[in-house]
Design a protein around this ligand. Structure first.
Ligand SMILES: Nc1ncnc2c1ncn2[C@@H]1O[C@H](COP(=O)(O)OP(=O)(O)OP(=O)(O)O)[C@@H](O)[C@H]1O
Ligand SMILES: O=P(O)(O)OC[C@H]1O[C@H](OP(=O)(O)OP(=O)(O)O)[C@H](O)[C@@H]1O
Ligand SMILES: O=C(O)c1cccnc1
Length: 485
């Protein structure tokens, strides 16, 4: 996003609405929009937020270039006055957001924007585009990493990603979600994340024989020598040739303690890995890594683990970078409050026949409640910004979807944390983005705040997200008022 002119990265209707606000004179009226999602992707019990850095880069210095203006003029849709207004457009609003790498749940505002309506409207599409994509991939990566049960997972998806941007920031999101490295060198450079890789079948095929190919590779890269053993016949030639090369490296004193091994890329990965393990162990290479790739995802990794596969390094491409089973995150951007003549904010609600789609009104915050003893999340509380909660009084939590499921938390048994932090104040950036690897470390700590039952890949236990009594009452009142119209 940095240095890119993205003012036109928006839907046309945002601009026509902006002109409408401009022409009707109400364009400077402040509003509050929430960016939230409704359903966890892939049947997960939570999502991981990602993309805030790119969202910040987009907002910071957002402006229309002369070429943008000329293009908009050429559409013959916009008035001269409005076009003139766009020439000096800047984002002047306030943004609160949940830091990247945080565990979040449906209906929680991941970003809260308070700005003149004309500004807040323009940025809807780009913010959703950025946050939806990266949160989707970070969440998918966390599922894959979870299935790998502590084995490292490498992100290999660039060639199958939906374009260069999705491959590049997608790999960043995958690292946030837990991948230890990526094969995408541009991601490595831009976001300072480790880059790793092996070699392709073409390397083997470009030599007269497999052994020469392996030997040459080992001479070039003795410290990262992972040999792809399935070009011709995994067990009959690939693994024996790899062992022969490891023998030669050992004799020459170039075999490292660790970090060498093989990659399987086809066939029955469970069977082949077990046989390869046996062959490598018998040859005296218990440290040799067995890595695998080949259309892997969290389900296949789980299955291979169950089958006793001896793979300990996983290369995951297509299904991770495209979030194959769930192609969209479904985040939305909805008006939650509007400034009145007196300068107060009036809550707004959107009704729907679908209960899930009724929005939460007002300027809200998210309070995360942790069990003091275990450090695990007890529940999240959506409350109004002005509400105060303390760790020194008892807290009552009701599951919004099942009021009879209540929890009484005695004072002193829990700790509280507000998830939304200030990002922009009066259009000024007040937040420093952590580096991707620091976000990954934070995300790993976030995962420790969930119980195993909440992290399982199918039918996970769901952390309750409650609305404060005040917010609940406000919502009910607005629903009643709206249904009288
Ligand atoms: N033990 C296993 N259990 C379940 N699925 C497996 C197992 N081993 C491999 N698979 C998966 O089966 C699918 C097909 O594998 P197969 O070897 O036939 O094709 P391939 O890996 O694409 O081979 P090639 O690259 O030669 O076309 C892949 O998605 C692979 O991950
Ligand atoms: O399977 P993925 O999870 O997408 O992982 C990346 C794949 O990319 C490479 O294959 P390549 O593009 O050469 O084609 P292949 O699928 O025929 O092996 C690599 O050998 C993996 O198989
Ligand atoms: O380095 C690798 O092994 C690699 C990189 C991208 C895709 N498949 C494999």
């Amino acid at each position: 996003m940095k240095g890119r002119d993205f003012a036109l990265l928006t839907d046309l209707y945002e601009l026509t609405m902006m002109q409408g606000y401009y022409e009707t004179g109400a364009y400077n009226r402040k509003v509050v929009f929430d960016l939230f999602y409704r359903k966890n992707p892939s049947g997960n019990g939570f999502a991981i937020t990602a993309g805030l850095q790119q969202a910040i880069e987009y907002l910071d210095g957002l402006h229309f270039t002369e070429e943008d203006i000329a293009y908009l003029e050429s559409l013959n849709l916009f008035s001269e006055d409005f076009i003139d207004y766009l020439r000096s457009f800047r984002f002047t609003g306030e943004v609160y957001a949940v830091p990247e790498g945080t565990i979040v749940f449906p209906h929680e505002p991941l970003m809260r924007i308070k700005a003149p309506i004309i500004e807040a409207q323009l940025i809807e599409t780009a913010l959703l585009n950025i946050i939806n994509h990266q949160s989707l991939i970070a969440t998918k990566a966390s599922r894959v990493v979870h299935a790998a049960q502590g084995d490292p997972v490498l992100e290999f998806g660039l060639r199958r990603a939906q374009g260069p941007d999705a491959g590049t920031v997608g790999a960043r999101a995958a690292v946030i979600g837990g991948c230890v490295a990526t094969s995408n060198v541009l991601t490595g450079k831009l976001y300072d994340v480790p880059v790793k890789g092996t070699h392709a079948h073409s390397w083997v095929m470009s030599f007269p024989d497999e052994l020469t190919a392996f030997r040459t590779y080992a001479n070039l890269f003795p410290d990262a020598c992972i040999l792809l053993v399935d070009t011709y016949n995994t067990l009959k030639s690939g693994v024996p040739h790899a062992i022969q090369v490891f023998d030669e490296m050992k004799a020459a004193g170039t075999l490292p303690e660790k970090g060498y091994g093989i990659r399987l890329d086809s066939g029955d990965l469970a069977y082949l890995s077990k046989r390869a393990r046996q062959m490598l162990d018998e040859a005296g290479y218990p440290n040799a890594v067995i890595s695998a790739s080949s259309d892997l995802d969290e389900n296949l990794i789980t299955s291979l683990k169950l089958q006793g596969a001896t793979i300990t390094l996983w290369g995951v491409g297509t299904k991770l970078i495209t979030s194959d089973d769930c192609p969209a995150f479904g985040g939305v951007y909805k008006l939650a409050a509007e400034e009145t003549e007196s300068g107060d904010f009036e809550p707004k609600i959107k009704l729907s026949n679908n209960v899930e789609k009724v929005t939460n009104p007002g300027i809200k915050k998210i309070i995360r409640i942790y069990d003091k003893k275990t450090g695990k999340i007890k529940a999240d509380l959506l409350a109004l910004e002005e509400e105060e909660f303390t760790e020194d009084s008892d807290l009552y939590i009701y599951d919004t979807n099942a009021k009879w499921k209540s929890m009484q938390l005695p004072a002193g048994s829990f700790t509280l944390r507000e998830l939304l932090v200030p990002i922009f104040v009066d259009g000024k950036l007040v937040y420093e983005c952590p580096k991707a690897m620091d976000i990954q470390a934070y995300c790993n700590r976030e995962k420790d705040t969930l119980w195993e039952e909440q992290k399982r890949l199918k039918n996970p236990d769901i952390v309750p997200v409650d609305l404060s009594d005040k917010l609940s009452a406000m919502k009910l009142k607005l629903i009643e008022a709206a249904t009288m119209i």
